[in-house]
Write a protein that binds this ligand. Sequence first.
Ligand code: ASP
Ligand code: MG
Length: 422
Amino acid sequence: MARLVMKFGGTSVADIDRIRNVARHVKREVDAGHEVAVVVSAMAGVTDQLVGWCRAALKEQKVFDAREYDAVVATGEQVTAGLLAIALEDLGINARSWFGWQLPILTSDVHGSARILEVNGAEIVRRFQERHEVAVIAGFQGLHQETGRVTTLGRGGSDTSAVAVAAAVRADRCDIYTDVDGVYTTDPRVVSRARRLDKIAFEEMLELASLGAKVLQVRSVELGMLHNVRIFVRSSFERPEDIDPHGHPPGTLICDEDEIMEKQTVTGIAFSRDEAQISIRQVQDKPGVAAAIFGPLAEANINVDMIVQNVSADGKTTDLTFTVPAADYQRALDTIAKAKATIGYTRLDGATDVAKVSVIGIGMRSHAGVAAEAFRALAERSINIRAITTSEIKFSLLIDAAFTELAVRTLHSLYGLDRATA
Ligand code: ASP
Ligand code: MG
């Protein structure tokens, strides 16, 4: 017997038929003797609609009260939790729905992107044991204890709810049922020879998720790593009856690296086109300049990623190039222009048609020259590299957006990630 958390995303609960399908997935695990807590998202499209209604309700003001935004958007998950509990009861399974405030799932008070502080799993564990009752928990939401108000965790937050619940009830595994059947070496829509990974280490998954792979909310992987919750990403579209609950269903296990026997040098390649490059030309090369540039950007809450400094064309001053999320591009330019007097530069350049390609693998810790191979392979294809950053288990390259697919495909083959048959 195992204790499982099963999480179902929006497309998996998009209509009543699919919710009934989810109920059969849950029944399969219950019948196999497992204790089960289910975490659900809002039905597909519902959260977008709720957010849209919040915006539409606003006419005179620019921003709405984030507490009321949360009051509205938290309802999506509540509907799904209730419906799934009904569908489970209909199959003869004891089930009860739980909202964030009822367990409770305690969070910070940053409405719209609250962080989970603590989950109380005592009552649902008691009910596993005394009534064989399945807990159906609304994802994405929590409670700020001092104010007693409902909070939400940020888009995609149900993944994080699921991992937090799994940690709280000490689940053996957190199964994330989604519309893909696992984590791939790269996006299969770009590289048809992308392979599904059997296992991936928390650290690698954290990099993949942060650098552009959209399988899981980054925060959920962080939590999994912190509490050592084994996360299994699998498809919700298989027929529940076709799955042997004691077998090895297709999917990807995100786990501690000690659990991975065959360590690859490179595990995956992520990419993101949501990048922008800013270059500040002919800056005085003296102490305090970096602070004058990056201080104001930090105050404006703009995340700076890659930073490169090189000698200017005149040989006396320095050029500083860095990247920001494309959405913050204009704001970043304005911020730098405003600080022109304190920074002291001659010109400000920028580009949004850039992409960041990242190569990830814990094997890089013990292998030298991994990045050098990439530089060579991209040079052979005449792909120019605008900026480079490295860390222990990854390196990222900024290139022209037009070459994104070619670069990803080239690197995917280079590191032996291609599937044998296309
Ligand atoms: N329903 C929320 C969203 O769409 C949370 C989630 O699905 O994870 O962001
Ligand atoms: Mg999701």
